[in-house]
Write a protein that binds this ligand. Sequence first.
Ligand code: GLN
Length: 441
Amino acid sequence: MRLVEEKVKKYLDKINKENGKMKAFLHLNEQVLGEARVIDEKIAKGGKKGKLYGYVIGVKSNINVKGLICNCASKTLENYKAPYDATVIEKIRAEDGVIIGMTNMDEFAAGSSGENSAFGCAINPKSSRRVPGGSSSGSASAVAADFCDVALGSDTGCSIRTPASNCGIIGVKPSYGLVSRYGLIDLSMSLDQIGPLAKNVEDAALLLEVIRGKDERDAKTFESSPIKVGDLKKAKVGILKIKNVDKRIQKIVNDKIELLKNKYGWSAEEVEINHIDLAVQTYYPLVYAEFFSGTRRFDGRRYGKKIEDSCGPEVLRRILGGGEITKEEFSGRYYKKALEIKEIIREEFEKVFEEYDCILSPVVPGIPWKVGEGLEMKPEDVYAYDACTIPANLAGICAMSIPAGVIKEEGEEIPIGLQIMCGKGQESKMFSIAKKLELIS
Ligand code: GLN
């Protein structure tokens, strides 16, 4: 039986038919059938099945996969072929996972909608008029369109959870340092994490279990214990109220929490995180400054084109803004101040987690806008869309999006996610809570 090869063929058929419209993948892995065959032959000879045996995986275009184009959906790196495998890719291969292709995204992961891709916005398979969410737009679109089993994304402030919410799938941002960033082309090195997008809780947990772990090539990684989806009996839930959330979204979240209380006897009460309303203003100076410094290597000599000459407007805004705020005279005013507030927000979360098992909230404050509208919006209004997701990145904790309901609008059913946040390194607890939510959906 050629199980993996057959499965890959099935996905390739679907992709070849539909991806032209969907724009979920930017590049396919030309070697994928051969790689699948190697695994099938190993198993036929009695070899051991890896944890990801039978899984076909999409990878965001900012993660290096040797031999594949890794261009971050940017003209700057248009033909850049990755010369090596990122740590997460080495780990996936070691467990028999198969990589089918590189997914679309907002250019250099800067965005919340998918519209900032230089190669066209990926389509949201659940609501074709509205954005899939970004920046891991193609990963979410590919999983939701059934082009692959699971996908990798990266999340700096929203980029796994927001597209997962918009496309009606699961998306996980691991605790900062759980997963190695080696081989990720960073947006903001102190906030980025690679994580899974999946169709169910078990698959997301499995992929995260494979890619997590301390790595000498990323000094921020820490030792962690195996991720398990357990049967959680009791939990104390904190309900986070965030300002300016669409009432229909808050109702979907509240109804789910009521169900948790009624079905499982869990307790839930409102909690406050002081200063959370400063999260967006704190996040952007950090990202601008770190992105600016990270992009200095794209000067047109070693990699691709000079970034300022070849990037889109949002990336240029961040480079110019980042250049400005990193000037000697401003460093105390913006970057250092933002770091101070980041630390205060981290402490605030820590206090709440001393008492509560998790914090639940919406993922996005409003339904996704229509494709193209984001390009006309003021940057501040686009940035405000990350208000529910950014706090977890600032605090370094784990957070995920799980489908919670739909909002009917103009004849479409728009998926809405619920966010589960748990303390740093508490992924197993987070998945166990997610599993309970999945069972009542
Ligand atoms: N929307 C945020 C930004 O544009 C977050 C992006 C991300 O998580 N990569 O920076």
